[in-house]
Design a protein around this ligand. Structure first.
Ligand code: AOF
Ligand code: ZN
Length: 369
C-alpha cells in the first residue's frame, strides 16, 4: 500500500537526486532515503559515473540500523555489475525489508531485474511512487536508454517580433543577463552543446559554461570543480572550420561533424564522420551517433537554419525561448527557417509548458504537440 508517508520520503529522495544534476551524466540522477520508525537514518545520491550509487551512500550512513528499514529510491536499484556492484544485493545484505521505487530502470542490464531480485529475497517492493517527478529529473538518460536518441532542447533568444539578430548578424545581447545566466545553467546540465560552423564563426562563440555567470543560488551549492564543460558538437559539413576559432582554445572537448575524414589537429578535438549519401549532415544519424557516445542530452544553440531543420524533422523535445521586450524590425534575422512549409495546416505545432518572467525577459518552454 502506498501512503502519504511514502510520497513524503520519496520527495526527499527526489530532492537528493537533483543535487547530482551537474555531475552525473551519462549516468542518471538517483536519490535514496532509508527510513526506520519514521526517522531518516540514511540518505545519499549518485554524484558521478564510476562513483558509488545512491543506495550505497545511504546504506553506509544507516549502518546496522538498516536492518528492518524501508529504502526509498528514485530509480529501480541496479542488478548488474557496471562500474559498481549491484545495489539490489547491497540492500538485501543490509537487511532492508521494504523498498519503495519511483520507476523501473530502462537500462536493458537492469529493466526489472533489480525489482525481481529484491522480491525473490522476500523484500516487499512498491513501484511507481512520484513516477512523474522521477521521469522529469532524468529526461536525457531515460529517452536515450529507451530510443538511442538523446533528449533535444532547442534554445532561442528572440525579440518580440521573432528576430534573433540584426541584418549585420549582430546579436549581443538581445536578452538580459538574467536570461543568459539561466542559459548557463542549462549548458552546465547538458551532455553536449550542439551548434554550427556558421554560429561559431559569426559570434566567435566559446560555447562553454562560465562558473561566474551561473546563478548565485547554484554557485552557493556547487564549487567550480563540480561544474563540467559539456562537449561542444559543431556541424561543419563544408569543412570550413580552421582550428583558429575560439572554441578550440576552451576547456572541454570539441567534436567536429563532417562528411569527410578531414580532422582538425587541436588538443581535445575529435572528428565525427557522418557518412550518409546526401551532402548535408543527416541530423537523425548524428543524434544516434551522439547517443552511442553516451550523449544523453543535447542543448542546441545555433542559428535559424539548424533550428528550422530540427523542428521540421520533429527532433526537438523541448523548445526554450527567451523573449526580450525589443523590436528589431523587418530587416532583422528570423527565428527559424522552414523552407518546406507551404500550408498553415502543416505548420509545426507546439504547446506551452510554462511561461514566466525572467529578469527583463519572458521565458517560454514549449513541447511538440
Ligand atoms: C542505482 N542507483 O544511484 C544509479 C543507478 O556504471 P555504473 O555502475 O555506475 O551503472 C550505471 C547504471 O546503473 C545506469 O546506466 C543506470 O542503469 C543505473 N544507475 N542505479 O541503483 C544509482 N545511478
Ligand atoms: Zn546501483
Amino acid at each position: 500500500m502506498i501512503s502519504d508517508k511514502d510520497q513524503f520520503y520519496m520527495q526527499q529522495a527526489i530532492e537528493l537526486a537533483k543535487l547530482g544534476r551537474f555531475t552525473t551524466p551519462p549516468n542518471p540522477n538517483v536519490g535514496c532515503v532509508i527510513v526506520k520508525d519514521d526517522h531518516i537514518i540514511g540518505e545519499g545520491y549518485h554524484q558521478k559515473a564510476g562513483e558509488p550509487h545512491a543506495e550505497v551512500y545511504a546504506l553506509i550512513m544507516a549502518g546496522n540500523k538498516a536492518q528492518g528499514a524501508t529504502a526509498y529510491v528514485t530509480l529501480e536499484p541496479c542488478s548488474h555489475f557496471g562500474r559498481t556492484p549491484p545495489c539490489a544485493d547491497a540492500l538485501i545484505k543490509a537487511g532492508i525489508t521494504r523498498v519503495v521505487v519511483a520507476m523501473q530502470d530502462p537500462n536493458p542490464s537492469v529493466a526489472g531485474n533489480g525489482i525481481k531480485r529484491l522480491r525473490d529475497a522476500g523484500i516487499e517492493v512498491i513501484v511507481g511512487v512520484l513516477y512523474e517527478q522521477a521521469e522529469a529529473i532524468n529526461k536525457g538518460f531515460l529517452k536515450c536508454m529507451r530510443t538511442g536518441i538523446p533528449y533535444v532542447q532547442l534554445k532561442l533568444a528572440s525579440s518580440l517580433d521573432g528576430k534573433i539578430a540584426m541584418a549585420s548578424g549582430e546579436s549581443k545581447w538581445i536578452t538580459s543577463s538574467t536570461a543568459r545566466q539561466d542559459v548557463q545553467q542549462y549548458r552546465a546540465q547538458a551532455s553536449c552543446i550542439l551548434s554550427t560552423r556558421a554560429t561559431v564563426q559569426a559570434d566567435n562563440a566559446s560555447l562553454t559554461v562560465r562558473y561566474n555567470e551561473l546563478p548565485n543560488e547554484i554557485r552557493k551549492i556547487y564549487p567550480p570543480e563540480n561544474i563540467r564543460q559539456p562537449v561542444r558538437v559543431i556541424i561543419d559539413s563544408q569543412n570550413r572550420l580552421t582550428g583558429d576559432e575560439n572554441i578550440f582554445s576552451q576547456l572541454g572537448e570539441t567534436w567536429i561533424v563532417r562528411k569527410q575524414n578531414i580532422p582538425i589537429i587541436k588538443p581535445n578535438t575529435k572528428l565525427i564522420i557522418e557518412s550518409s549519401d546526401q551532402n548535408y549532415i543527416d541530423l537523425v544519424e548524428l543524434l544516434k551517433e551522439l547517443g552511442k557516445n553516451q550523449i544523453n542530452s543535447v542543448w542546441v544553440e545555433a542559428g535559424a537554419h539548424l533550428a528550422g531543420a530540427l523542428i521540421e524533422q520533429d527532433l526537438v523535445d523541448e523548445l526554450i525561448i527567451y523573449y526580450a521586450p525589443k523590436l528589431l524590425g523587418h530587416n532583422a534575422k528570423d527565428l527559424c527557417v522552414l523552407p518546406n512549409l507551404k500550408k498553415l495546416s502543416l505548420a509545426p505545432q507546439f504547446q506551452f509548458e510554462s511561461v514566466k518572467a525572467i529578469g527583463d525577459d519572458l521565458k517560454i518552454i514549449l513541447k511538440r504537440k
